[in-house]
Design a protein around this ligand. Structure first.
Ligand SMILES: CCCCC/C=C\CCC/C=C/CC(=O)SCCNC(=O)CCNC(=O)[C@H](O)C(C)(C)COP(=O)(O)OP(=O)(O)OC[C@H]1O[C@@H](n2cnc3c(N)ncnc32)[C@H](O)[C@@H]1OP(=O)(O)O
Length: 355
């Protein structure tokens, strides 16, 4: 039996073949059909349930407003988009980390896809790094789980079989910068005038904490030992042109969006990102992603392994120690005080901005 479901959020039609008998593969099947999935909702619906609803009425699989991550695939070009969608700042909570990892794996399971653009539905913030509220007075149970989820995002992104392109529309401090550095290519927006420059970098020391070794090493591998040593110690946040000069990003786009929307981006971008179809960072990110997608995948992946497998192995070997260090460090009284002060300042700044 086969039935077709009209998706209310995209014009694509989903073929559901004998869904009742495909329980464990239902999410995969739906994803495969080019439909942007919502992790929680798909996993919470049984295949039998989905099939029953599908026969009766149009199926609403997710609402892009409340998805932590929104994705879409464009099989013709082999490119997918995975966009963080956690207002107000895409700060990385346990749940957002898990959603990024799950979505990336789902995209990887589509053999027609060779590249993914990591993006943000927020036009001025790529990601504000770790959700600082996860670090303050944390529970003994959640803190290691949280850190593990971040390590996993790094492992999944850095070791992905896909070519990964970061479309950095706005700020990318700390773990936000880590996400970008774990990609294969980084394109940053040049900002809108001197007063509104986005920045990228590891600013941890400014919070009274230090980037963990694997994050610090990622910067070292990206920009070289001496510049990284200095940037890590000072907690430097690079504005776009400095980020380009230092090699933190590969490209900076200064042109403004045009009024004409790009047809491929219209098909590629999830609903929550449709306002970005004329965005020059997105256009460039798509061009780069499509360019990577044309390279024979075995060769591309083999070359990635040459540069990344050692550090990934090291990460796997030291993962547990790293979690212990992190939990010990974060729960230290002095660190907790520093973090509280930092959050207080952040809130004051927010209030001042709003008043
Ligand atoms: C030797 C062994 C050592 C072992 C140590 C091991 C581990 C240590 C772990 C260290 C790892 C740390 C990694 C991190 O990622 S730490 C987090 C760092 N992030 C930041 O410092 C960013 C803070 N935010 C900002 O600077 C700005 O918000 C911005 C991103 C530049 C955006 O600025 P703007 O556009 O002006 O927006 P607002 O400031 O008004 O923010 C909007 C909104 O979002 C809230 N928010 C922002 N960032 C975070 C965050 N990181 N976590 C939680 N919430 C955040 C902010 O409070 C505003 O909320 P309201 O609208 O409610 O006011």
């Amino acid at each position: 039996m086969s039935s077709t479901v009209d998706s209310p959020i995209s014009s694509s039609k989903i073929q559901i073949h004998q869904l009742d008998r495909l329980a464990p593969r239902s999410a995969f099947l739906l994803f495969y059909a080019g439909h942007p999935p919502h992790q929680t909702m798909i996993s919470s619906l049984s295949a039998r349930h989905i099939a029953r609803i599908a026969r009766q009425q149009p199926l609403r699989l997710f609402s892009s407003q409340d998805s932590l991550v929104v994705t879409n695939v464009h099989e013709e070009s082999g490119v997918a988009v995975l966009a963080m969608n956690r207002p107000p700042a895409n700060s990385l909570s346990l749940e957002l980390n898990e959603a990024i990892s799950t979505s990336l794996k789902q995209i990887e399971s589509n053999p027609k896809i060779q590249s993914v653009i990591l993006a943000s539905s927020n036009p001025t913030i790529f990601s504000a790094g770790l959700d600082i509220t996860e670090l303050i007075s944390p529970s003994d149970e959640r803190l290691p789980k949280f850190w593990n989820s971040l390590q996993q995002v790094y492992i999944d992104l850095y070791g992905s079989r896909l070519a990964t392109v970061a479309a950095i529309q706005g700020h990318a401090p700390a773990a936000g910068c880590m996400l970008a550095l774990a990609c294969d290519y980084r394109i940053m927006h040049g900002g809108h005038g001197e007063e509104h420059l986005p920045t990228i970098g590891f600013n941890e020391t400014q919070l009274g904490i230090a980037a963990p070794p694997w994050m610090g090493q990622l910067m070292v591998r990206t920009i070289g030992f001496r510049p990284a040593e200095r940037a890590l110690a000072l907690g430097t946040l690079f504005p776009p042109s400095e980020a380009l000069n230092a090699g933190v990003v590969d490209d900076v786009i200064t042109e403004q969006s045009s009024s004409e929307s790009n047809e491929v981006l219209k098909a590629l971008l999830p609903e929550a990102l449709q306002s970005q179809t004329s965005n020059p960072v997105m256009i460039k990110a798509y061009e780069e992603a499509a360019c990577y997608a044309k390279i024979p995948p075995q060769a591309r992946v083999a070359s990635k392994l040459v540069t990344r497998s050692e550090s990934l192995k090291e990460m796997q070997m030291t993962r547990e120690d790293d979690t212990q260090h992190f939990c010990g460090f974060i729960t230290h009284e002095v660190v907790q005080k520093n973090l509280m002060k930092y959050v207080e300042k952040m809130k004051q700044r927010g209030k001042a901005k709003k008043s």
